[in-house]
Design a protein around this ligand. Structure first.
Ligand SMILES: Nc1nc2c(ncn2[C@@H]2O[C@H](COP(=O)(O)OP(=O)(O)OP(=O)(O)O)[C@@H](O)[C@H]2O)c(=O)[nH]1
Ligand SMILES: [Mg+2]
Length: 410
């Protein structure tokens, strides 16, 4: 098992509390990657040093500290440039120095199960690796496996490896395109249904909520990035309403840019949603940070125009009455639930119904009896409020989406 020390940087715009919270998240990431955390170091910094991120003196000190604790890994909470990584490898010798992005990529790589997720992670990984390929890049070499990197290779070998990785990137991009086409064909078949997408920070309880609502059995785990795929299921809310609900990969602060780009096809489902439910962990002390991150990624993906509602999950873990009150004031429009304990799930269902019906209209129709097909389609697809049987026609008062009704009437 790898043993690591974590390094957090306090820049002028941050404070100690932020950094402590960020480091506990980094620690959770390390745990998820099966790395033991032996210690944490924080360092105040006015300006980023181009060579080592921190000053050279501090860099050497961090490495010394790692040696004393018998750690073989140093993990920075910030993204290190390829040059900084190279410098650290020269300075640190046997101790590997990686950044937050490498750690997240490592977890994604371990958790990817489907062909799509594996291809996406591999692509992000190759793109991350390419500018960072050095002779001492042992940590990543180990993970690259098949690409042909190996310890102690010469410069020529590095050139060959670069070319191999470039080829691999082109191939992976092509594979992803094919997978995406398959996905588009699938999703076109479901075009007319109302879609709800569960979106949120990793570990907020999206999959738990998905399972509680649908009776499904998506993988739930108290670890980061348990879910890397998108699952879509039909959810019958009541007699007249049925939606398609999706569960997908979670977000995190500073999600590597390559990963977001590669996961675009997985995240596409949420761009087709009629309603996005943002699931938040109400018991987290940095719920605002989480919400900021989610909003930023959603904007990045182009989901600004989709209606969004907040769901505050894990309220069973908010013990203090005062704290619950504070949250209720702050997020006054949110739905408060516990997905795990099935608390107030009806509020989620009712909310979805409200949203579906928000663009419903009432229609008074007269349909001749010989149009039996139209009548049965209406009965199956919209809510019938009243029906009066005349001599030659049936009078219907119905409630439904205008485009649905127009399509049935032809
Ligand atoms: N106490 C409590 N725990 C919950 C609740 N909902 C989910 N959890 C727990 O939170 C952890 C994460 O749940 P998941 O459903 O896997 O979370 P997720 O958002 O799908 O996470 P990723 O797929 O990893 O991004 C699990 O240990 C769940 O049992 C809740 O309402 N209360
Ligand atoms: Mg999940």
């Amino acid at each position: 098992m790898d043993k690591a020390i974590l390094v957090g940087i306090i820049l002028p715009q941050n404070n100690q509390i932020d950094i402590d919270n960020h480091l506990s998240e980094l620690s959770l990431l390390a745990e998820t990657a099966e790395i033991a955390v032996l210690g944490e170091i924080t360092q105040k910094l006015v300006k980023v040093n181009p060579a080592f991120f921190v000053g050279k003196g501090k860099a050497s000190q961090v490495i010394e500290q790692a040696k004393v604790l018998d750690a073989n890994l140093i993990i920075f909470d910030e993204e290190l440039s390829p040059a900084q990584i190279k410098n650290y490898h020269k300075l640190a010798k046997d101790i590997k120095v990686i950044d937050r992005s490498a750690l997240i990529l490592d977890i994604f790589k371990k958790h990817a199960k489907t062909r799509e997720a594996k291809t996406q992670v591999e692509l992000a990984f190759c793109q991350y690796l390419l500018p960072r390929l050095t002779r001492q890049w042992t940590h990543l070499e180990r993970q690259m496996g098949g690409v042909g990197t190996r310890a102690g290779m010469g410069e020529t070998q590095i050139e060959i490896d670069r070319r191999l990785i470039r080829d691999k990137i082109s191939k992976l991009k092509l594979d992803l395109k094919k997978i995406e086409i398959e996905r588009t064909t699938q999703s076109q078949k479901r075009k007319r249904e109302f879609r709800v997408a569960l979106v949120g920070y990793t570990n907020a309880g999206k999959s738990t909520l998905f399972n509680s609502l649908t009776g499904n059995n998506v993988f739930v785990q108290d670890q980061l990035f348990a879910t890397l795929d998108t699952t879509v299921r039909k959810l019958k809310i009541n007699k007249t309403h049925q939606v398609l609900i999706s569960d997908t990969v979670g977000f995190i602060r500073k999600l590597p840019h390559n990963l977001v780009a590669s996961f675009r096809s997985t995240l596409k489902e949420l761009l087709e949603a009629d309603l996005i439910l943002i699931v938040l962990d109400a018991s987290s002390v940095i719920i605002d940070d989480h919400l900021d991150t989610i909003k930023r990624v959603l904007t990045d993906l182009g989901a600004d125009d989709i209606p969004k509602s907040l769901v505050l999950n894990k309220i069973d873990r908010v013990q203090e009455e005062l704290e619950l009150k504070r949250l209720r004031n702050k997020f006054s429009d949110a739905i408060f639930i516990s997905a795990l304990h099935h608390l107030r799930l009806d509020d989620v269902r009712d909310h979805i119904i409200d949203k579906i019906e928000s663009d419903f209209e009432i229609f008074d129709l007269k349909i001749p009896y010989h149009k039996g097909k139209t009548i049965s389609q209406l009965q199956g697809q919209v809510e019938i409020l009243e029906s009066v049987y005349g001599d030659e026609e049936i009078f219907l008062k119905i409630k439904g989406r205008k485009d649905t009704v127009e399509k049935i009437l032809g």
